[in-house]
Write a protein that binds this ligand. Structure first.
Ligand code: ME8
Length: 509
């Protein structure tokens, strides 16, 4: 029985190092994975690398190294970025691993034995940058519709998968499960593509050898996508550990960019149908990060390195920006200026300042010890209501993949807490001994709000969450949400620590 929330990113080509487009998908998936874990659900979060095919083989050739060696050299550059971005993947699959190769061969053999694969001739345009066959009608002026680079003409003997015979079953799938492809705009694209008629898919190549051999005819290597898509099942035990597979599959979400929608929404379900395997629940295709109005990509020399942004914004500022900016699903343009402005406004001025001023007030008036609150007023009641609304909105936002709303709600809670402190003016209360009980209540409530925030920001900003919790004198780690998000968990007498600012302002030269 499946009991685990299973989410995936694409497995990225290792022809080059990661850029902020790859990180966009991966950060989004990590945010969702971390939220579900925080909510107490078992989670399996998979990422990895796509290592076969012409694109990778050519990159290796240009550098004069063998393809496997090239892949091995690239891996640390990918994992380093994921580590810096605090990506909490549970597994990292590489398609050159034996645990992937063997089950892939078995599955393809099964499709061949069942009569879903036949030998034929392919002739047509192919884009190596996206490793995709196109219809001549899709190619304008000899250029790939995605990469706008020249396609190559391929003419060879290939094995074909009978994709065309799945057309009706696919249409029935989209009709019966409108959530199979999201957002709706992408579903409509897929529907019109499939209704336009499906051609059988060439699934092998003979003109180069960097791929998984076709088991019954090893002069052919598998078309890289037929191999790559199966990572989602081989990583969780398909073909090696059926009990494990049944406890994890089907995936709840495949997060992808819209460039690889057809592969995931058409080819993948058809292959699974042919193999008699359950289908994933949802393929979510987000839009492009654009630079200067075009899809940012290494191929077009507009790639921006995550390291560059991490050096300035740190992992929390980085993650927050891409989760909060724009609507997940649509295209969004990247700009350095917007990133600095949002960091300074939301994180340095609002959240960072809330934490540091609250702790400064507690240090000054109570020697850094959490005060015992006295009587509460409607002001504190309101703050509690805002806290619980933020929790609900975060939950709703993450589950519906509306990340901007989820984080807006959390930031509104930050703003409300700042207003609460401004209205209560603890700096005035501190001047008068008779106001001490009121001062204790106000600072206790501010600390409780900050403690709640340390939990609510955790999936988006894990390091900042941990830093704030340390400053509040809390032990590391967050327990069951229902217990943690009760008001009044912070014990009076706990020693707080004024550490360095959580989000120092970024000064623009
Ligand atoms: O396609 N904006 O790998 P890939 C947003 N190996 N996201 C972007 C982006 C951009 N400008 N550029 C890239 C492959 N991405 C295959 C996948 S899966 C079985 C095989 C992200 O290295 C986005 O998720 O070209 C996109 O789908 C993916 O990187 C493509 O990565």
């Amino acid at each position: 029985m499946k009991n685990t929330f299973y989410i995936t990113t694409p497995i990225y080509y290792v022809n080059d190092v990661p850029h902020i487009g790859h990180a966009y998908t991966t950060v989004a998936a990590d945010f969702v994975a971390r939220y579900h874990r925080l909510a107490g659900e078992p989670v399996f979060f998979l990422t990895g690398t796509d290592e076969h095919g012409q694109k990778v083989a050519r990159a290796a050739e240009e550098k004069g190294v063998a393809p496997q060696e090239w892949c091995d050299q690239m891996i640390p550059q990918w994992t380093e970025v994921w580590n810096r971005l605090l990506i909490s993947y549970d597994d990292f699959i590489r398609t050159t691993e034996d645990r992937h190769v063997r089950p892939v061969q078995q599955l393809v053999q099964k499709l061949f034995d069942n009569g879903d694969i036949y030998l034929g001739h392919y002739e047509g345009p192919y884009c190596v940058a996206c490793e995709t066959f196109y219809q001549p009608s899709e190619v304008e002026n000899g250029l790939c519709p995605i990469h706008e680079r020249p396609v190559e003409m391929v003419k060879e003997e290939n094995y074909f998968f009978k994709l065309s015979s799945y057309q009706d079953r696919l249409l029935k799938l989209y009709e019966e499960n409108p959530d199979f492809v999201r957002p709706e705009m992408r579903l409509n694209e897929v529907l019109s593509f499939v209704k336009g008629g499906l051609e059988d898919l060439s699934i092998s190549r003979t003109s180069f050898s960097w791929g998984i051999p076709i088991p019954w005819d090893p002069k052919h290597v598998m078309y890289v996508w037929i191999d790559a898509l199966q990572n989602y099942i081989t990583a969780v035990g398909h073909g090696s550990d059926e009990d494990r597979f049944n406890s994890l599959w089907p995936a709840d979400f495949h997060f992808i960019g819209k460039d690889i929608l057809r592969h995931h929404a058409v080819i993948w379900p058809a292959v699974l149908m042919a193999a008699g395997i359950d289908l994933p629940k949802t393929v979510f295709a987000h839009g492009y990060l654009t630079v200067g109005g075009k899809k940012m990509s290494k191929t077009n020399l507009t790639g921006i390195s995550p390291h560059h942004l991490l050096d300035t914004f740190g992992p929390d500022g980085y993650r927050y920006h891409f989760l909060r900016e724009g609507v997940f699903g649509q295209d969004g343009s990247f700009s350095w200026e917007a990133m600095v402005a949002r960091f300074n406004a939301d994180l340095a001025n609002d959240l960072g300042n809330l934490v540091s001023r609250t702790l400064a007030l507690v240090a000054r008036s109570f020697d850094g010890l959490v005060p015992e609150p006295a009587e509460v007023t409607s002001e504190e009641e309101t703050l509690r209501t805002v806290a619980s609304k933020a929790r609900d909105e975060l939950d709703r936002g993450v589950r519906s993949l509306d990340f901007a709303s989820a984080l807006t709600a959390v930031m509104e809670f930050v703003g409300e807490t700042n207003h609460y402190i401004d209205r209560a003016a603890p700096w005035n209360l501190a001047k008068d001994e008779a106001s001490r009980p009121r001062l204790a209540t106000v600072l206790y409530s501010a600390l409780e709000a900050v403690r709640h925030l340390s939990i609510l920001i955790n999936p988006a900003m894990p390091n900042a969450s941990e830093k704030i919790r340390t400053q509040l004198g809390l032990p590391s780690g967050i327990g069951a949400l229902d217990d943690e998000l009760r008001w009044g968990v912070l014990s009076a007498g706990t020693r707080t620590e004024r550490g360095e600012g959580v989000f120092p302002r970024i000064e623009v030269e």
